[in-house]
Design a binder for this molecule. Structure first.
Ligand code: FES
Ligand code: MG
Length: 589
């Protein structure tokens, strides 16, 4: 960080390069065609990109089209010149075969834009699940001054006087439809009730999680994550964010000054306290790898597991986004964690102050929504990082294990943290849907396995590991079976699944040789999942599979799916394009 306000900006090498007047003329000429003047472009004012992620195709982020007007006002008021441009749109629930495939595509696209155009600093317009990590990953790679602006959550959903939360209500309504409690029209009405305004999912799904973690990382102004999208405070935050990025350029504060290992450990701590999504480890790992920061899945166990759950939001709890904002948002959570010594309070943020300075004294306004550290919703609520003979690494979100699940599978005499069951194995979501109602032998002691759903098998990794039991079991009152797989799970789902198994079946993982009918033991205390099949038998199955060409997923349907498969790494390593990781801090002036 330096405060050399006379430092030459990188945009100058496009628009005012005395050594290359011919190229300067060419660069200048076309930007004049909608009315910018040569004087402005040569004024030495910072040129600020607004990376626009909103569009009609990405409704969760669409309100950024409005907010960008206030961002522009802030940039201009602070002495900068705004240049708004689109980034590849991502919509979590609408994109086939899955939006996660597009995280790395949007990343690559934004890297190209930030590197190749005359941009001195950038406002990242974050929101829907993958739109946040993709933009932070790109800002890390290019390493020009950057600040994130959340679009904010939707207003609370309501139905019959009850809060209905995005995504979470779908999982519940599906169960009611399957058991015949509601018909399809009521199902649609119930689902639509969760969507009351512009903004992203109002539950603590992946969107609220990643926006909160962007703030915990120091990349948003304090309080920036939780303000609901339609509130006037959201537009005011947009103005302040626009004003602030100009200062960050003048002071040359880059992502590498903010995204330190301490910042990532703070984000891990906050993730536990908010009951954050199981997608967060993948995305934080990806940002860290592109920033060149040392982070691993074991950091989640070491720095996240023993912390408590403080935020009472669906799916782990009761409330929604508006409540989280009124209760104090991320600063109130950080302040509680800070009092307990769980925050590295010297970590610098885009506000120009440390996270400690930003959040110290932030009070909890509604203790039923944000609980104090000494009276949490749950102790040791972080992820358990599991291993065993089926995969090297997978995670389990313990904060969503409910009492029924605990009674049925854990708390057995003599074996309180472990259970055994019979594997029912599915090859991808299509296979699950085709077979779940007719598969023989599925009962309360079954463990459902999903494979072929990882970064390579189902390019981008499908959110399909949380599998609903067959209707007959639901009607018998078995609301959930243990689920394990090499795919992901929606952050809005409350299922206690074991997810993100790495390596996946399609990358040589032993999930590929597991068979329906195998006995499997899950031990939460030892953090292991093992198939009770002896080593010689596993080796024999492996030899047979490999000689038949190995585990294959479906063929690629688009060029990008194939390029992704050819370069993508496993989820424990962030599911990044491995070929991209050799390019770091690439911005030049
Ligand atoms: Fe976009 Fe949830 S689907 S935020
Ligand atoms: Mg999701």
């Amino acid at each position: 960080m330096s405060s050399d306000h006379n430092r030459e900006l990188r945009s100058r090498s496009w628009f005012n390069d005395p050594a290359n007047p011919g190229m300067t003329a060419i660069y200048l000429e076309r930007y004049l065609n909608y009315g910018i003047t040569i004087e402005e472009l040569q004024s030495g004012k910072p040129i600020i990109g607004i990376a626009q992620s909103g569009s009609d195709l990405s409704p969760c982020n669409r309100h950024h089209l409005e907010l960008a007007k206030r961002v522009r006002d802030g940039i201009i008021a602070s002495g900068g010149i705004p240049l708004e441009f689109p980034v590849h749109p991502i919509q979590e629930t609408g994109k086939r075969p899955g939006a996660a495939l597009d995280r790395n595509l949007a990343y690559l696209g934004l890297v190209e834009l930030l590197y190749g155009y005359p941009i001195d600093g950038v406002v990242l317009t974050i929101g829907c699940d993958k739109t946040t990590p993709s933009q932070l990953m790109a800002a890390a790679t290019v390493n020009i001054p950057a600040i994130a602006l959340s679009v904010g959550p939707m207003l609370n959903g309501w139905h019959d006087g009850q809060r209905t939360g995005s995504g979470t209500i779908v999982w519940k309504a599906r169960e009611q439809l399957a058991t015949g409690d509601i018909d399809y029209d009521e199902f649609l009405e119930l689902v639509a009730s969760s969507t009351n305004s512009v903004g992203f999912c109002n539950t603590m799904g992946t969107a609220s999680t990643m926006n909160s973690l962007a703030e915990a990382l120091g990349m948003e102004l304090p309080g920036g994550a939780a303000i609901p999208a339609p509130y006037r405070q959201r537009a005011q935050m947009s103005y302040q964010t626009g004003a602030r990025i100009v200062d960050l350029v003048r002071d040359d504060v880059k992502p590498s000054d903010i995204l330190t290992r301490d910042a990532f450990l703070n984000a891990i701590a906050v993730n536990t306290a908010i009951g954050g999504s199981t997608n967060a480890p993948i995305h934080l790992q990806a940002i860290a790898r592109h920033m060149g920061v040392d982070l691993s899945l074991s950091d989640w166990q070491t720095h996240g597991h023993d912390l408590p759950l403080l935020v009472n939001l669906q799916p782990a709890g009761e409330y929604l986004g508006e409540d989280f904002y009124r209760a104090g948002g991320v600063p109130a959570v950080v302040n509680q964690l800070m009092d307990a010594g769980a925050i590295r309070d010297d970590a610098m943020t885009v506000s120009g102050r440390t996270i400690g300075q930003n959040c110290r004294g932030a009070v909890i306004e509604q203790p039923e929504v944000i609980r104090p550290y000494r009276d949490p919703l749950m102790h040791s609520a972080g992820f358990v990082v599991m291993t065993g003979n089926i995969f090297d690494a997978a995670i389990m979100k313990t904060s969503v294990i409910d009492d029924e699940f605990r009674r049925r599978y854990l708390q057995q005499p003599g074996d309180p943290d472990a259970f055994e069951g019979t594997a029912i194995v599915f090859d991808g979501p299509e296979d699950y849907h085709a077979r779940i109602e007719t598969e023989p032998g599925v009962d309360a002691r079954s463990i459902l396995f999903m494979r072929g759903a990882g970064p390579i098998g189902y390019p981008g990794a499908a959110e399909v590991v949380n599998m609903q039991p067959p209707a007959a079991l639901l009607q018998a009152g078995i609301g959930a079976l243990p689920c394990i797989g090499d795919g992901r799970q929606s952050g809005t789902s409350g299922s206690p699944s074991i997810l993100n198994a790495s390596p996946e079946a399609a990358a040589g993982g032993n999930l590929a040789v597991l068979r329906t009918g195998d006995r499997v033991r899950v031990d939460l205390r030892k953090a292991r999942v093992d198939m009770l099949v002896d080593d010689e038998e596993i080796a024999a199955r492996r030899t047979k599979l490999d000689s038949a060409g190995g585990y294959r997923g479906p063929a690629s349907q688009t060029p990008w799916q194939q390029l992704h498969r050819d370069s993508v790494g496993q989820m424990d390593a962030g599911m990044v394009m491995e070929d991209a990781t050799g390019y770091q801090r690439i911005a030049q002036t």
